[in-house]
Structure formats: C-alpha cells, structure tokens
Write a protein that binds this ligand. Structure first.
Ligand code: NAP
Length: 431
C-alpha cells in the first residue's frame, strides 16, 4: 500500500500455506497453481510474517489477534459440503466431493479416509466444475495422474481402481449445467477416457438459453454425436435427474433418481419433478453440490449463505447493522463458494480498500500490544509454529522429491515430517 508502512501477520492452522491452491485446485491443473509464484514473491517481502500450524481458537483467539493488530481479515474459505437431505446420504460409500478432493490433494486431515473404488460405476451428484474435476480424476489413467502432484496415497488407490464409468448427474438441463465450457472442453479430448452424452438428453432445451449459450451447446451436441471409441473408462453426463435416495443396506449399492422436466414458474425457468423414478446401480456416490463456510466464535454468521455477513468486506452485525470494528473478510467466506481464482483477487482488492479507507478516516483502534508481544504469545501457545523459512524448506523438499520422478512435487502429508524439515531450516537460518 503506497505511503503506508504495513505489517501483515499471516496465520494458517495447517503447516503449509496457499489453502485452495494446494488442497482445492485439481492436481492436473498445474497451470492454475502457477499463481503461487506470485504468492511467494509477496511472502518474501519485508513486513509479512508467516505463522503456519497455528490454529484460531486453539493457539490464538480472535480477541488476541485484534489486540495485536489494527485489523483482522478472515480469508478462511468454505470447506464444508452442503447436504442433500435425502435418505441414505450418510451410508458408507456416500461421501462429499469436498472430502474426496481434500484426500487426493493430500490434506493432512483426510489422509486416512478410504474410498471404495472396487465397483464399476461411481455416481457424482451435481455438475459444477468441482464435479468435473472429481470425474476427471476418477477416470484418468495412472500415467496421467503420475505426472501431477496428486497425493501418493491417492495415486496408489486410483491406480488400482475398478471404476469404468463415472456418471455425473445434473438436476437441470444441459444448458443450465453449472460446469463451464472450457472445463468440459478439457474433458472432451482425453485419450484415456471418453465423454458420453446421449442425444436424447439434448432434445428438450430451454429456447432462451439456446440463444445465449452457443459454444456450450455446440460442444454438447458435438460430444453427443461422437461415435464411441470403446476406451476402458468413460464419463457419462446425464441431465434433468435429481437424487431422491441413496440405496443400500450396509453400504451404497445404488441411487434412486427422479427425472425432471424444464418449465417456467412466474416467468422464470424452473425444473419440475415428473414422478418418473429409476434406480441406478453404483458402488460409490460423491455429492458435489457446493461448499459452505463455518462460523468463527464470537463473530456474526449468516447461516443461510454460510458466510460472514459483510458490506464490501467489512464484517457487520446484522442485529445492529453496524460494522464490527477492525474485522474484515475476503474470498469464499465473504461471498460464498463461487467464482474462479481471479475472482478472489478482485474480492481481496475491495476488502483491502475498505480497510485502508477505515484506517485513514480513523475508524480503527490502535493495537494494544506490539509485534514483539505477538511473537511471545505465539511462542508460548504453539511451540510448533512454522515460519516462512520453514515453509520454503518444505517446499524445496517436495519439489526436489518430485523432480526425481518427473512430477511437480511429491506432497508431504505427515505434519511431524514437515515440522522436522522446517525446524532444521529455521535453526540453520538463525545460525
Ligand atoms: P457449483 O458450481 O455451485 O455447482 C454445484 C452443483 O451442485 C450444481 O450443479 C448444482 O445444481 C448442484 N446442486 C446443488 N444442490 C443440489 C441438490 N440438492 N441436488 C442436486 N444437485 C444440487 O459449485 P462447485 O462445483 O462446488 O464449484 C464452486 C466454485 O468453484 C464454482 O464457482 C466453480 O466454477 C469454481 N471452480 C472452478 C474450477 C475451474 O475453473 N477449473 C474448478 C473447480 C471449481 P444447480 O446448478 O441446479 O444449482
């Protein structure tokens, strides 16, 4: 910030930084992860201090953060899955895509999860971009995955997967599908699996959407007309189907779906259940129906949206309609789980502008304690905090392990191992 001498303390409860980039973005989307080079340049600047492996509410409280800073910005994302609210949702073999993504991306909290990949069909409920990511990872062959930074445990499990068909169910029509055209295009031309759309799925289209979604429609039609290549694995896109029950006694063995039709409700496009129900056998169900944020103790929360209530990033209390002084938010916990990576940059700009405006106009309270006292507090509360030097050592270790295998990195998933590498480097840097 030009003209302002700003000090920033960055906290993360995990031992590694970059949240969504490391644990959300698919391992075969390395170009997207290139933005971490920019993050590293920012992180290396004077005035920015990392406190990794430090958890809010466990090692430090919101009140303590505020007492040591003019302002606190919450950028904690939305990591919980929404729920379908249908019978059988919690049967073994039915998981949220959120958990599956965290597992294949090596999130330390999900390393021990088990996904039964022994059946021939997996069903994904929802057809947003996360659903396509998950479908692609399930259908990819080992050779493709082995070039990525997918977690080793997931690579091993997926390499011996028996899944032949990944069925992606969208509750609305093809033109209303939440996935984006570039993401569908990226699926469409892979040698290791084929995408299948039955032409009947494209027969009843909403005429308004047809005129707006030229490219998407063209691609869907082109895929539907393709002759089958007969490769071992396929991703089948089915539309106008809502799950009504996940079936199975001890574990998932199928799903009951309702066929929907498009209609209008008060001039707005809507789907109606037709009453036509069918059962589809499968061994795994992944629910990819969007994410939700979690509340922060002591701060207001919008339970409907799963976000911190805010006005241009200023957290406010809906009961008083007044801002909570010194508290800001950005990213998915600010605006809900939508948008691409670039959306978060614009979102952060807006929040920082609000913060700086408030500082300049004297609306922020000066901190009661200084940076030295903060470091003393963290040292006392969490002896295993990791700083930027520690993270750089972990990063270097992972990248070197990957280079030997022609991979971008081999992710560490054991926090004790990360800590040992970080400690070594931090001691070295202090001489
Ligand atoms: P999303 O785009 O909101 O998609 C959620 C899907 O769940 C939609 O198909 C939605 O259907 C469906 N759904 C919701 N409730 C349902 C229910 N009760 N029954 C059946 N289906 C239901 O969310 P997302 O896929 O989790 O992605 C989150 C954000 O991250 C999006 O903005 C996405 O574009 C972005 N993202 C981008 C990339 C990329 O660019 N490569 C990759 C991953 C994620 P309706 O559409 O009918 O509501």
């Amino acid at each position: 910030m030009r003209g302002l001498n700003v000090e920033v303390d960055l906290f993360d409860r995990l031992a590694t930084p970059w949240g969504l980039m490391r644990f959300g973005v698919a391992p075969d989307h390395q170009d997207t992860k290139g933005v971490t080079r920019q993050f590293n340049r920012t992180a290396a600047r004077d005035g920015l201090t990392f406190h990794l492996n430090v958890e809010l509410g466990k090692h430090v409280t919101h009140e303590q953060l505020l007492a040591h800073h003019h302002a606190v910005i919450y950028a904690i994302g939305a990591s919980r899955s929404r729920s379908l609210g249908i019978p059988g949702e919690n049967l073994p073999g039915s998981h949220s895509a959120t958990d599956f993504v965290a597992w294949y991306n090596g999130h330390p909290d999900f390393v021990d999860m088990k996904f039964d990949l022994s059946g021939e069909r997996a069903i994904i409920v929802g057809n947003g971009n996360v659903a396509l990511d998950v479908a692609r990872i399930l259908a990819s062959d080992r050779k493709h995955l082995a070039k990525t930074d997918i977690a080793d445990h997931a690579l091993a499990a997926l390499a011996s997967s028996n899944i032949k068909e990944v069925l992606v169910l969208g509750r609305r029509g093809p033109l209303e599908a939440a996935f984006s055209t570039p993401e569908l295009l990226a699926l469409a031309n892979r040698p290791d699996f084929e995408v299948i759309i039955n032409e009947e799925n494209l027969s009843s289209l909403n005429p308004d959407a047809v005129s707006m979604t030229g490219l998407k429609l063209e691609l869907l039609r082109e895929i539907a007309r393709r002759p089958r290549r007969g490769v071992a694995k396929s991703i089948v896109l089915k539309f106008l189907r809502s799950p009504v029950e996940i079936l199975g006694a001890q574990r998932v063995n199928g799903i009951r779906v309702m066929r929907n039709e498009l209609g209008t409700d008060g001039g707005r496009l809507s789907t109606r259940a037709t009453g036509d129900v069918a059962e589809i056998a499968c061994g795994l169900v992944l629910r990819s129906i969007g994410y939700r944020g979690t509340p922060i103790q002591g701060l207001p929360f919008d339970d409907t949206k799963g976000t911190l209530p805010n006005d241009e990033g200023r957290v406010f209390d809906p009961l008083t309609n007044q801002p909570v002084v010194g508290v800001y938010t950005t990213g998915w916990i600010k605006r809900g789980p939508s948008g691409v990576i670039g959306t978060n940059k614009r979102c952060a700009h807006e929040t920082v502008k609000s913060l700086v405006d408030d500082y300049i106009s004297g609306r922020l309270s000066a901190p009661v304690h200084d940076g030295e006292e903060l470091r003393g507090l963290i040292d006392k509360q969490q002896r295993e905090a990791i700083d930027y030097v520690g993270w750089q050592a972990i990063d270097k270790h992972e990248v070197a392990a990957g280079a030997e295998l022609g991979r971008p990195r081999v992710k560490l998933v054991d926090v004790a191992e990360m800590l040992a590498i970080a400690r070594n480097a931090e001691m070295g840097s202090r001489g």
